[in-house]
Design a protein around this ligand. Structure first.
Ligand SMILES: Nc1ncnc2c1ncn2[C@@H]1O[C@H](COP(=O)(O)OP(=O)(O)OP(=O)(O)O)[C@@H](O)[C@H]1O
Length: 237
């Protein structure tokens, strides 16, 4: 299944070895192990749970987030050289989302101490600090925000807004787990700051594309023609 990309990168990072019975073909392990076919999958502790478990929901949403950032990053690359800095920041964010996946897949309330240590996320708050530094630098160049803006401003900007909204969805999936101390609180904090960062990236990409952001305007209520109408049967009763 496609999530094996997730698994292999975790294996490369040495976070976990999956021993799910994969067959070896000509010296290469097969992508599919079929162990997930019955609707369960493995956490990094080896524990198996149904695929609709809250942990897999959070993991899957985190995976969607990285994919949507990947798409936005491609549009940023297409746009112009002045988004190169953002492109490299987004790549760093995608790497950190892999680490967040490891944290989510290693329940803080039941994993062994060495596993917890290996999958700890942003214990000194440096990654959140980096996001804040990047936000503040872009903000210096941006016009002040005076009204609600709608996702717009070119393909790079609009897809950055999609990524922002997926980041907020990931946060919604992670917050209950963090409150129950099953995921590090720092993960929820990072996702919260990440949506602010992606919002600012969207505005910045629109500005660099020379595009106007579409601002919210209250739609005008349709005019009701005043004409004499016959009373309805209900009104006559
Ligand atoms: N549907 C899913 N949504 C989110 N996370 C998943 C999902 N399925 C598996 N995972 C997680 O991603 C890891 C890698 O996914 P993978 O697709 O290889 O698992 P699997 O479905 O259990 O195995 P296989 O595809 O080989 O039968 C799993 O070990 C599990 O932690």
């Amino acid at each position: 299944m496609f999530l094996n990309s997730f698994r292999s990168s975790i294996q490369r990072a040495g976070v976990c070895s999956f021993s799910t019975g994969s067959k070896v073909l000509a010296g290469r392990p097969k992508i599919y192990t079929k162990t997930g076919d019955k609707g369960t999958s493995a956490l990094f502790t080896g524990e198996r749970r149904p695929k609709d478990d809250v942990v897999f929901d959070a993991l899957g949403t985190n995976d969607e987030l990285s994919s949507s950032i990947g798409l936005a990053r491609e549009f940023c690359l297409d746009q112009a050289n002045d988004l190169r800095g953002m492109v490299s920041q987004l790549e760093q964010v995608q790497c950190l989302l892999q680490d967040i996946g490891s944290n989510i897949a290693t329940p803080r309330d039941s994993a062994t101490a060495p596993r917890l240590a290996r999958t700890e996320f942003d214990s000194d708050g440096q990654h959140v600090q980096d996001l804040e530094t990047w936000i503040d630098a872009m903000d210096q160049e941006l016009p002040p925000l005076t009204s609600f803006i709608l996702p717009s401003g070119g393909k790079a900007a609009a897809t950055l807004h999609v990524a922002r909204s997926v980041s907020r969805r990931t946060e919604r999936r992670v917050v209950p787990l963090a409150q129950e101390q099953r995921v590090d609180k720092s993960v929820a904090i990072y996702l919260n700051r990440l949506s602010d960062y992606l919002f600012t990236c969207g505005r910045y990409a629109a500005m660099k594309a020379g595009r106007q952001e579409v601002v919210y305007k209250k739609p005008r209520a349709p005019r009701v023609k005043k004409t004499a109408t016959a009373p309805t049967p209900e009104a006559e009763q």
